[in-house]
Design a protein around this ligand. Structure first.
Ligand SMILES: [Zn+2]
Length: 432
């Protein structure tokens, strides 16, 4: 078993909690009076750092929503007030991918950036990466934080990092072969896209030395049918990981792959809440992930509402880590749930059914509201030579699994968009 920091990762849970509390208290003391955003928030809530004496006291602190960070940056441009130090101390500026509107800028000091690297070292070591590996990053290296921090993580492990920016898919495949890359980091969507390109250009995937693929940026590696498909295409073990520009890289799948991702609890505190009452749900129940990062003091987040749905599991893992797990990884975005004919559906649930059909290369889901009723249309693009009759089988399968029958349409080759980073396959139009 490979670890980044075995002593911390296997701490008994009471000592892990003590470590979290000590880090939280130290961070709050540092932020108090320096970080305007949190000092104002905590003063308004009538809580000071010395009022936090146990992890249970965390619930006394107000939560943070993304809209507050956006509003703050709009009002106090360009960087907002969630900066603990003078701007001279910052060394990195990234921004969110902006899939849901104006991008949020996130800044890191040298220490905060080092913390990102530590978190990514946990992620990569979790998947078995060591100093003897060559890690290929199929990523454009733009302002999106994406896999930038993975570079730092690999450096800490001593692995060779091969940046794959400024290349098209075919060139990336060649570069992987030439360099003997044996670990691939990219979005799950792009792992499948690379395999599709390989098929189109006659590139022999078995000429690669790939042993594992590590995925971030969107769900997929936690959707069983998608994971299975990636593993088949790459003849490699596929690992899930989750994080976000504003929070950090917070969870990863270990080599045991117990059906979920471990949270790096030495660097994050996790709460799971009911979205209506905002109270903690019972252990093991599904709810919204609220997360506090403990080492990004330059741009901290305390009790941040992620909008992600998770379910925690404290059962011991055979990898030896005491870090809790998200059962099934991130289960979906709360905002992405749609109700079609009384059935609550998440895009990941639909994807898991569609991806089981090996004839499907790409798909798109459209939800339209007509006279207060949501309707679902699914467009599928089939591989060359596939029997178009499979479209009927997909509709049957969706009907039996979801208890309603979406309309499934067969579209021509290369009609649907392809993606190199986060895919946009799910569209909701409720304006009617
Ligand atoms: Zn494990």
């Amino acid at each position: 078993m490979t670890y980044f920091d075995q002593a911390t990762e296997t701490l008994p849970r009471d000592r892990l909690a003590a470590l979290q509390l000590a880090k939280l208290q130290a961070m709050m003391a540092e932020l108090w009076g320096r970080n305007r955003f949190y000092t104002n928030k905590w003063q308004a809530a009538g809580v000071a750092p010395d009022g936090i004496r146990s992890l249970a006291d965390l619930a006394r602190l107000p939560m943070t929503k993304k809209s507050e960070l956006m509003d703050d940056q709009a009002a106090n441009g360009p960087f907002g007030t969630n900066l603990t130090y003078p701007i001279e101390q910052y060394v990195r500026l990234h921004q969110t991918s902006g899939t849901t509107g104006v991008p949020l800028k996130v800044l890191d000091t040298a220490d905060s950036w080092d913390w990102w690297g530590r978190c990514w070292a946990h992620v990569l070591a979790g998947s078995g990466v060591t100093a003897s590996d060559r890690v290929f990053l199929a990523f454009a290296f733009g302002p999106f934080i994406g896999f930038w921090a993975a570079l730092e993580g690999a450096r800490k492990l001593g692995a060779v990092m091969i940046p794959g920016g400024g290349r098209d898919s075919a060139q990336r495949l060649e570069l992987m072969r030439d360099t003997g890359a044996n670990v691939l980091c990219c979005t799950p969507t792009y792992a499948l896209r690379l395999a599709e390109v390989a098929r189109e250009i006659g590139f022999d995937m078995s000429s690669l030395a790939m042993k594992s693929t590590v995925h971030a940026g969107e769900p997929g590696a936690n959707i069983p049918a998608t994971k299975h498909r990636i593993e088949g295409a790459w003849s490699a073990k596929c690992f899930d990981h989750a994080g976000a520009s504003e929070i950090g890289a917070h969870s990863f799948e270990c080599e045991v792959q117990p059906g979920g991702t471990h949270v790096i609890e030495s660097e994050f505190i996790v709460e799971v809440i009911d979205r209506e009452t905002l109270e903690a749900v019972a252990p093991g129940q599904r709810g919204e992930l609220v997360i506090t990062n403990l080492g990004r003091w330059g741009f901290p987040l305390v009790r941040y509402r992620t909008g992600d749905l998770v379910q925690t599991n404290l059962a011991p893992c055979d990898c030896g880590r005491s870090f809790l797990r998200f059962e099934g990884g991130i289960l979906g975005r709360a905002d992405d749930m749609v109700t079609v004919r009384g059935v609550n559906v998440f895009p990941a649930g639909v994807e898991n059914i569609i991806r089981k059909f090996t004839e499907v290369d790409e798909f798109r889901i459209r939800v339209t509201r007509v006279r207060h009723m949501d309707e679902m249309d699914i467009e599928v693009e089939l591989c060359d030579g596939a029997d178009a009759g499979v479209v009927h089988s997909i509709a049957e399968k969706l009907d039996s699994m979801l208890a309603f029958r979406p309309r499934v349409h067969h579209v021509g080759r290369n009609v649907l968009p392809r993606f190199e980073m986060k895919a946009k396959r799910f569209h909701v139009n409720r304006e009617l």
